[in-house]
Write a protein that binds this ligand. Structure first.
Ligand code: NAP
Length: 245
């Protein structure tokens, strides 16, 4: 299988890639930090991956997506599985004051994702096979005062994916939206917290791999986040406005 990992330095993406590191699989890893990319490539090769090539790309720069997909195709030929995990979490308080930061959040999390997904959809529709996994977030389910900039940057992609999934299903291409809750990773290391609501990249990766086998459409990781978000979504606005969520 030929696997394209976008945001390949992410803790979750690394854990997913490791689960597929065997002689049957070739990888094309895309991320921003080249040093980390090289380390990840060595790690996957040591774990048995057949071929691993890397590309450094900064998705804060508009318009680089066609070149990224072209280079992935040149390396892999047919792309069988795509994992997309690049993202900024950022700070809601900053986004409320700094329009440049807000626009950058949308450039990285939303616009680059929509562009990459559009290019990949067209490619895979012709192939008539393949899987696309997009790591969204439970934060996309409802705009909350504490992180509505980040949440909405993911929600736009989640809605886009719903339509894309129905379009590509007719061409035997499966699109899976993953919604993790709290996961221990560099993205969340500034957040104090531990306990039953927290998961690890390895656990999330295991759930993703199983979800792909079952061709799940939307996957809450772990599953109990489905229940939590169902409750949060059902809180009436008149009460929601009084909460500090
Ligand atoms: N951790 C959580 O609790 C949690 C919860 C829900 C959803 N998620 C989602 O899960 C995905 C993976 O997150 P993670 O927890 O594994 O976080 P992570 O380890 O911090 O990974 C995020 C990755 O995004 C990449 N990135 C950031 N800005 C970029 C840019 N301008 N261009 C290219 N790449 C850029 C970084 O690449 P470099 O290292 O190369 O700079 C980084 O490795 C994200 O989409 C995140 O929103 C995470």
């Amino acid at each position: 299988m030929n696997i394209l990992v976008i945001g390949a330095n992410s803790a979750i993406a690394k854990a997913v890639a490791r689960r597929y590191a065997n002689p049957a699989n070739a990888f094309y890893l895309v991320a921003r930090n080249e040093e980390k990319l090289n380390k990840n490539a060595e790690d996957l090769k040591a774990r048995g991956a057949n071929q691993v090539e890397i590309k450094s790309a900064d998705f804060a720069k508009a318009g680089i997506e066609p070149e990224v997909i072209e280079s992935a195709k040149a390396s892999l030929g047919r792309i069988d599985l795509v994992i997309m995990a690049h993202s900024i979490l950022g700070d809601q308080a900053v986004f409320e004051k700094d329009l440049d930061a807000l626009n950058q959040l949308y450039q990285v999390n939303t616009l680059s994702s929509l562009n990459l997904l559009t290019l990949l959809a067209n490619e895979m529709e012709v192939q008539k096979q393949g899987n696309i996994v997009f790591i969204a977030s439970v934060a996309a389910d409802r705009g909350r005062p504490s992180n509505y900039a980040y949440g909405s940057s993911k929600a736009a992609v989640v809605t886009f994916l719903q339509g894309m999934r129905a379009r590509l299903a007719k061409s035997n291409v499966h699109v899976m939206t993953v919604k993790p809750g709290f996961v221990e990773s560099p993205m969340t290391e500034h957040i104090e917290g531990s306990g039953p609501l927290w998961s690890t990249p390895e656990k999330v990766a295991e759930i993703i791999q199983k979800g792909l086998v079952k061709r799940r459409n939307t996957l809450y990781t772990p599953w109990f986040w489905w229940g939590i978000m169902t409750i949060i979504k059902s809180i009436p606005e008149c009460i929601f406005k009084k909460l500090n969520l």
